[in-house]
Write a protein that binds this ligand. Structure first.
Ligand code: GLY
Length: 348
């Protein structure tokens, strides 16, 4: 079988291995990294129903003793209660410092599994096995871990790099259309921020999943290697996210992350020419429409502005927004919040 391996040099260096059917190789890939340890597999109820038995069989065939903890599918599980329950589960199973966590699922499982691994016994190793396109190209790469608290999404977390990411693209065959499309918004984002060739290829649908996931992961790897702790260029990965997060929040998370990011990217693209940068809004909107995204904003400029004021990336009176120079070349522009209000009123 043909796999791609992308190496990440960070505070912990690791490989991201991508390929169809690679789940069967997971145990073999982990062996040189983790040795002969016990594994706590964290997954959610949807993934468990489809692939829970298969992953446990693969791990057992590879000689691993593994226990499994299943959380209800959905963002509501990314909370302090689930974190404590999973930590208690690991303690009950008497996992030790040489044991490891396998996060088998989408972004919720990956973020919760990573945070649990960073906390349990002050840190055990963990492996990400993403099952959604969104997790494969974004949350499983780069070591951001988090839970949500009542004050907001992702407000508690750590930077904690995995020991391995094993991405079996065949697992995405069973994803509902809308969930797969969520990941497509992030894929399009990578094209706009850093790769015009990728962007061109995305006009041919369906795209070559393995190649596209590998290219997005490479782009994210290059960014994370330069700015692991998110103090500079990593902010480019937030193209569409500043406005997208505001829209998600206003909808009480009824609008999915990908849909909100699609709307957010169009708002950012419309703001760019007002800041003297180029205008890619029409062509970006057309590409997003090809993927079935509704790019209209259901909220007024004022509503979005008010939601932005609580953005966790705000620094004093300024919010950095990612704006395109052209497709494949974006820049972080710090904008005073008052100016942002005027700009939003002009484009929405
Ligand atoms: N999802 C953006 C980042 O990892 O920095």
């Amino acid at each position: 079988m043909k796999y791609s391996t992308i190496h990440v040099e960070a505070s912990r260096s690791y490989d991201i291995v991508i390929g169809r059917g690679i789940l069967a190789e997971l145990g073999g890939l982990m062996r040189p990294l983790l040795g002969d340890c016990r594994l706590a597999v964290l997954t959610d109820s949807n993934v468990d129903a489809l692939y829970g038995t298969i992953i446990m069989e693969h791990l057992q065939h590879a000689g691993y003793k593994a226990c499994k903890y299943v959380i209800p599918a959905g963002e509501a599980s990314k909370c302090a209660e689930s974190l404590l329950s999973f930590l208690n589960f690991m303690a009950g199973e008497q996992l030790t410092r040489s044991d490891a966590v396998v996060a088998f699922g989408g972004g919720v499982v990956g973020d919760l599994g990573g945070l649990s691994a960073s906390l349990y016994l002050r840190g055990v190793k963990y492996v990400q096995v993403p099952t959604t396109l969104l997790a494969a190209v974004d949350s499983s790469v780069g070591g951001k871990t988090a839970i949500d608290i009542p004050a907001g999404k992702n407000l508690v977390g750590s930077f904690y790099q995995p020991s391995l990411v094993c991405c079996d693209t065949a697992l995405m065959d069973t994803l509902p259309k809308e969930i797969y499309r969520d990941g497509c918004a992030e894929v399009i984002k990578y094209g706009v921020i850093l790769d015009s060739e990728l962007y061109k290829k995305l006009h041919t649908l369906p795209f070559d999943r393995e190649a596209v996931v590998a290219r997005c992961v490479e782009i994210k790897r290059d960014v994370v290697q330069q700015d692991e702790f998110d103090n500079g260029i990593r902010g480019l990965l937030n193209f569409g996210h500043t406005f997208g997060h505001a829209i998600e929040k206003l909808s009480n998370f009824g609008i999915s992350h990908g849909e909100a990011v699609a709307k957010g990217m169009v708002i950012a693209a419309r703001i760019a020419p007002l800041c003297g940068l180029c205008d890619i809004a029409d062509e970006l909107s057309a590409l997003l429409a090809e993927y079935g995204f509704d790019i209209t904003s259901p909220y007024s400029a004022e509503e979005i502005y008010n939601a932005l004021l609580t953005d966790k990336k705000r620094r004093g009176g300024t919010i950095s927004v990612v704006l395109p120079h052209s497709v494949g070349d974006c820049t972080l522009v710090p904008l005073p919040v008052e100016e942002l209000k005027d700009l939003l009123q002009k484009v929405i």
